[in-house]
Design a protein around this ligand. Sequence first.
Ligand code: SF4
Ligand code: SF4
Length: 469
Amino acid sequence: MPKKYHINSKVTPLNLDYVFKFNIERGENCINCGKCTKVCIYEAHKRRKDDPRKMADPNTVVCRNCFRCIQECPRGALEKSLDKDFLNIGGSYWKSDIFITLWKQAEDGKVPVTGAGYRGPFTGSGFDGMWTDMSEIVRPTRDGIHGREYINTSVELGRKLNHLTFDEKGKLLSKVHDTVDIPIPIIFDLPPDNLSPNVKAALVKAAVELNTCIVLPAGDIASDRKKYIKNIIPLISHKEIDKHQGLIKNTRIVAIEYADELLSNFPAAKDKIKKISNALTIIRIPATKSVETIVSKLTQNGAEIIHIVADYRGREVNGSTDYNRRLLKDIIRAVHLKLIDDRIRDEVTIIASGGIAMAEHVPKAMICGADLTAVDLPLLIALGARLYEEPEKLLIIPEGLEKIPVRTLTQRIINLMGAWHSQLLEVMGAMGIREARRLRGESGRAIFFEEIDNDTFGKLFKKRETVNV
Ligand code: SF4
Ligand code: SF4
């Protein structure tokens, strides 16, 4: 049995202001009795260091909203109110709670709990309308997922064989394709180019320490990063293969931007790369309306890995309005089913990205049919970035981030991935799945809200439509 993959999380606060959900204010009528210090297990209330007779200002960042201090204060001196920043951040996809969750995960690498429990809706659009089958949650060994029980979260990138062929003496005739193994079904995707050098360095180092990969524009791979080239996926145009021979020679995977001519030219581009090295090739393709047809054609033409990129809110990239753009969940399902129909699903690895915002999106994307996912914005939110959807996408990198040591930033990204890895283990343990690669396309083990909604009420509404017509 291979060694267990473990992510070493370490509490790593970032001393920058960040959004929090509630403001807690201590009123004038506080008698400094200290009861709130005892009832808050998250240590939001402490006495002042310089004068322990008095209370320090509450630390709202660690508050988990259980309301116990409010209830137990003998003077009713504590008040909670929703923070204005919290109400404004994000938008309809990147809901404000996601920021608090990612920040907390980056802080300590743990799965966050909320003292007040979950009080939101139980369905929504996209991944929110998808529930995973947790029927194995009662297995007696379930609590062993971080201990004795072995759950393998690694995935293989590359083309797999549909079947093996042997000659009459039993000698293997089939050519086994090259593959690259990574221990988590997550790679890091293209960071924005306006990041400070310490943030860029931290993203690369975190990818190296986690033993995953990061996609970087080839022109952005400075000479000091070349020592990490095994964990870097240079992104190039298919016309620049000669120009980047040096990178291709040393890397394990190279990504090329999709262009229509690749539909017929891809074998030539792949051959050119293979003459330089054994690097695998990813074709990076925008999630357009006809993406499943393009993916199928590219696969029939020898594509081994295809990266489908939706917009930052997990929608198709070329629809006129949000309403007629498919969501990532549906895009992945359409691609997966098309490849199955064409009997070529195992010939290609599918990476899905765009709108991967929370830990649960990783197994859900895989259940829909992706082999693995690529994340971008959550890595920056872990470092304090704020994102606003309205009136248009705006990503704000916090002031002062450029002065934070690379080690601190690296550890926060590792913590985030540690928390996501733990949640992946929880989901797989609860589903009774031991191999992450077996999650792919396990849609029979998930419930899709719109399907049961349609099964239950579809006929009713169809009838109504007929009557109206
Ligand atoms: S419990 Fe209330 S009165 Fe006592 S220290 Fe806390 S805020 Fe002040
Ligand atoms: S609401 Fe709960 S978690 Fe928040 S400060 Fe009060 S006791 Fe602590």
